[in-house]
Design a protein around this ligand. Sequence first.
Ligand SMILES: Nc1ncnc2c1ncn2[C@@H]1O[C@H](COP(=O)(O)OP(=O)(O)OP(=O)(O)O)[C@@H](O)[C@H]1O
Ligand SMILES: [Mg+2]
Length: 395
Amino acid sequence: VNDELELALAASPREWALRLHRHVADHGGARVRVTVLQAADALAERFDVFVADDTTSFLTRHLVAELHALGRCVLGVYDPDDPRAKGDLLDLDVDDVIERAAAPEAFLACLQALAPRCRRDLTASGVAEAAPGTSRARTRPRGRVTAVASPSGGCGATEVAIALAAAADRRGEVTVLVDADELSPSVAQRLGVASYPNLRAAVDAVEHHHGQLGDTLVAVPHARFAVVPGLAAQDWLQLRPPEAINVVAHLAVLRQQVVVNVGPSIDDLGESGPARHALTRTLLSVADAVVAVAAPGPVGVARLLAWLADLRALAPATPVHVAFNATPRGTFRRAELTAEVSRATALASLSFLPADAAVTRASWAGTLVGRGPFRRAVSALAAQVLPHYPSAAVS
Ligand SMILES: Nc1ncnc2c1ncn2[C@@H]1O[C@H](COP(=O)(O)OP(=O)(O)OP(=O)(O)O)[C@@H](O)[C@H]1O
Ligand SMILES: [Mg+2]
């Protein structure tokens, strides 16, 4: 029996979440079981304490009451610079509050103090039987969020993200592809579709109720999946990471598979000045799975390993799949790449995608990649990365 305190963290781009996550990964004392994107996730998962921000959009009095009914505690994290934040959290009836700048040790002390109040043995279904009406029946799980990146840039993240979305689409799952590469968004151009409404418009729909999110999705010709095109040049300066998380969380309610093409760089440029890679960092930290598309060869491997180390700080427990793209055939080279990467970190899967003239043709024509070795290899990758959405639950 593992009686370590189990936590659910509301997805937050603020530093406390990352610090706490890293601290317990390194020193124990608690375990982060899940990062939660929306209320339904918090109700479905088993854990002891739910830790959420004063900016967590779905933290309501009703959710806190439902969590209490399930035997869970709620710790609210507030920004002391916002004079109303602490009071607002206490009004929701959370069990305790803590300043967001508090040290991880202080967070742990606060969490440990809540432990005796938590009753982990209760599950959502258990409570539903005991007290009908306290827990909303979840008729269907949310969609899966998969982030696709190319650590060195230019080695095929966009091509692989599009092909993964197309593979899920061919499997019959309702899919959306989001272009969240803040450096060089190119999904719309690559597919020859309109570049607006884009991610900015999706944020406006979710945050400011300017239209419906579903109406901002751009259709892809000859496919059923839709696209959210990337930001225009300077838009990333205005987009706040929590807004992007909210869009993705909402898309995961509308769609069974949410594939997100993120940018290549994730190094933290510090808190001074605009957070250049914040969008990519944030989305990687909330994804259910990450695909790193790497260039085969010594330089590609070196960049991949550095990137994986940074990723582990952001998303310590997220399954990571590595795909070497446009890999030369020889088995010797593949074995060498496999050895180098597996020595460094545990991967959920490692695959090799071939260079394929069908990709070149499709990229010139602005179409989806047709049958051929690349499409076959990405379908096999999709089988590993994107678990089938439970079909019984599809509405
Ligand atoms: N397996 C492949 N076979 C042939 N061409 C490929 C293959 N993979 C990618 N390409 C081509 O290589 C180029 C770069 O790919 P892509 O745009 O997907 O990379 P990226 O990692 O998204 O780059 P960026 O950093 O600019 O976003 C594109 O022209 C693409 O069509
Ligand atoms: Mg790209």
